[in-house]
Each structure stands twice: as structure tokens, then as C-alpha cells.
Design a protein around this ligand. Structure first.
Ligand code: G3H
Ligand code: 13P
Ligand code: ZN
Length: 332
């Protein structure tokens, strides 16, 4: 058993209380490798922002849990060396069972998500409560989910979304004891969140997706005043990256994300954790494709992963400053 406290990590409790009070959201960024980790932490140190490092099942399969834990330990020292001891959470993204959550809690994670959103309501409550009871013994915080996002949530995929029902949230939160709640208000996973048919065109001919259901968010907020709310599937799918990818041999057709202004608006409400994975994938892919095109004789991985890491860092800085509003809040 390794406690996250030995690794210099923190749980989400105080982080979220400050975010809700301060009207900003903390970036929950997925990572699978060293370059992503360096970019995320480098960006958060430079913008003085708290951060949640997220590990999905795909990341655990790809990178190995022992390596990931030790990377998190290393990153605490790395932030210190870079000059700012920002609060860092190591979080399990979309935990699929009690066993997965327990394994992560026992391996130094400071926060876990138990995603029972595809289960019948009472089963979701039962598994979430079981995870909370175990996690809280070790002061690990737990995120639950109510409502189903369209797209792929790790192994679980759904063609349509089911919005969170505000009338269920008080019962769910009080019976499970969760520390935060992920909700479904129109976001979805991946880089293809909407079809062009679901969008309208603005005066410049740019596709504008439908608004998130801020009315549902407001109702939830009214039922659970001050309670930390989480938004998954919140990549904006920056079109400059899609353009570079397609210009240099890629083929991403009709990839559409959540407009930044809508995320900014959500971050000012009870939403205090915003999950972003796909945008990081796009930024890295764009730069790697560009280097391969511009320098076809290059074969040193540092020469293409380095520029990808640099772009990624820029992107996370932009998110913290312009979208989430978390910049400057690391030492509140
Ligand atoms: O929730 C979805 C995340 O983007 C995780 O994706 O399992 O492919 O790493 P992944
Ligand atoms: P995106 O696919 O929109 O980046 O969402 C990531 C996410 O929700 C991870 O849990
Ligand atoms: Zn998610």
C-alpha cells in the first residue's frame, strides 16, 4: 500500500472548495507518457494553476500502473524544481469497478472516479457507495457520475446521451457520500462531438454546435449548492490543429468540439473540474505530422516529440488562462 500523501500529492477536497468559491475550474488532463506529463505540469507551473493528472484504463494498459505512480512522484519534484509547488492530484478516470478503484487507491492515487453511469440507478448507488467507504478510510476523494454521455467512455459506449436528471442528484449524493459529481449536459467524449447536421453556421460559415444544457446545470446547482460538479468530454477540438493534421496527410472529417466560451461559462458555475484529453491528442498529432512533413530525414524521436511537447504545453497554458480560469490559483 502506497499512500498518495507519501508521494506529495493532494486529494480534491480543498482544491474543489477553492474552485467553487473562486469561480474557476481545475483542468483534469489525461496523460499516458512522459512528454504529456512534462507539458501538463510545465504549463500548470508556469501559469500557477492547480492540476488533476488523469489516468484512464487505456493509459494503465499502455503505461503500467507502477510506472505511472512513480511518474507522479517524480512530477511533484519536477514542479518543485521548476519553482512552484502547485497542488497535484493523481486521479483514476472512469474507474469501471470497485476492484479497479481499490487497486488505484492502494497504489498512490489521491482521487478516483467510479463510473457507474451505465448501470441501473440502484446499482450505480451501491458500487459508488462501496468505493466511497473504502476510499474515505485513506482520505482519497471520489467522483461519481449520473447521466450518460454520448461517445466512448473507455469500454462503455453510447450512441446517444441521457442528460442527468436533476431530481436524482440529492438522493445520489447523500446516499453515496461522493465528493464530486460528473453530469451529462451535452458534452461527449472524443473529437467528433456533433454532426454538422446538429450545428448551425455563423456569418463566417463556421459550424456552431448546440449550446450545452445550462438550464439543467443551473437546476443541479440549485439542488446541491456549492457541491463540486464535473464536466467530462470537454475538448474544444481546436480547428487550427485539425487543419494542420489534414494539411500534412491526416484525415479528420467534421471534428467538432465544445466552444471555449461555453466552457468558460460553465467554469464560473459549480463546475470545478473540466476533463480534457482529445485536444492534447490533436495538438501532439498536428506537430508530429508537421515535423515529419517538413523534415523527412529526421528520425530522432526527440526531434518530433519535443516540438509536440512544446505545443502541448502552450495549449494547456491557454486552457488554464483563457478557458478554465485556474491560472494564478495554485497557491490560494
Ligand atoms: O474518457 C475517455 C478518455 O479520453 C480516455 O481514453 O481510454 O483511450 O485513454 P483512453
Ligand atoms: P475529451 O474526449 O472531450 O477530451 O474528454 C475527455 C474526458 O472526459 C476524459 O474523462
Ligand atoms: Zn470522461
Amino acid at each position: 500500500m502506497t499512500s498518495y500523501k507519501e508521494l506529495g500529492l493532494v486529494n480534491t477536497r480543498e482544491m474543489f472548495a477553492k474552485a467553487v468559491k473562486g469561480g474557476y475550474a481545475v483542468g483534469a488532463y489525461n496523460f499516458n507518457n512522459m512528454e504529456q506529463m512534462q507539458a501538463i505540469v510545465g504549463a500548470c507551473v508556469e501559469t500557477k494553476a492547480p492540476v488533476i493528472l488523469q489516468v484512464s484504463r487505456g493509459a494503465r494498459d499502455y503505461a503500467n500502473i507502477n510506472l505511472l505512480r512513480n511518474m507522479a512522484r517524480g512530477v511533484v519534484e519536477y514542479a518543485h524544481e521548476l519553482g512552484c509547488d502547485i497542488p497535484i492530484v493523481l486521479h483514476l478516470d472512469h474507474g469501471d469497478s470497485f476492484e479497479t478503484c481499490k487497486q488505484c487507491i492502494d497504489n498512490g492515487f489521491s482521487s478516483v472516479m467510479i463510473d457507474g453511469s451505465s448501470l441501473p440507478y440502484e446499482e450505480n448507488i451501491a458500487v459508488t457507495k462501496k468505493v466511497v467507504e473504502y476510499a474515505h478510510q485513506f482520505d482519497v476523494t471520489v467522483e461519481g457520475e449520473l447521466g450518460v454521455l454520448a461517445g466512448i467512455e473507455d469500454e462503455v459506449s453510447s450512441a446517444v446521451s441521457h442528460y442527468t436528471q436533476p431530481e436524482e442528484v440529492i438522493d445520489f449524493v447523500s446516499r453515496t457520500g461522493v465528493d464530486s459529481l460528473a453530469i451529462s449536459v451535452g458534452t461527449s467524449h472524443g473529437a467528433f462531438k456533433f454532426t454538422p447536421e446538429q450545428c448551425t453556421r455563423n456569418a463566417d460559415g463556421i459550424l456552431v454546435p448546440p449550446e450545452l444544457r445550462f438550464d439543467i446545470l443551473a437546476e443541479i446547482e440549485k439542488k446541491l449548492p456549492g457541491f463540486p460538479i464535473v464536466l467530462h468530454g470537454s475538448s474544444s477540438v481546436p480547428q487550427q490543429y485539425v487543419k494542420i493534421i489534414n494539411e500534412y496527410g491526416g484525415k479528420l472529417v467534421d471534428s467538432i468540439g465544445i466552444p471555449e466560451e461555453q466552457l468558460r461559462k460553465a467554469a464560473k458555475s459549480a463546475v470545478c473540474k473540466i476533463n480534457i484529453d482529445s485536444d492534447g491528442r490533436l495538438a501532439m498529432t498536428a506537430m508530429v505530422r508537421k515535423v515529419f512533413h517538413d523534415k523527412p530525414a529526421e528520425f530522432d524521436p526527440r526531434k518530433y516529440l519535443g516540438p509536440a511537447r512544446e505545443e502541448l504545453k502552450k495549449m494547456y497554458m491557454h486552457k488554464n488562462i483563457e478557458v478554465l480560469g485556474s491560472a494564478g490559483h495554485a497557491l490560494d
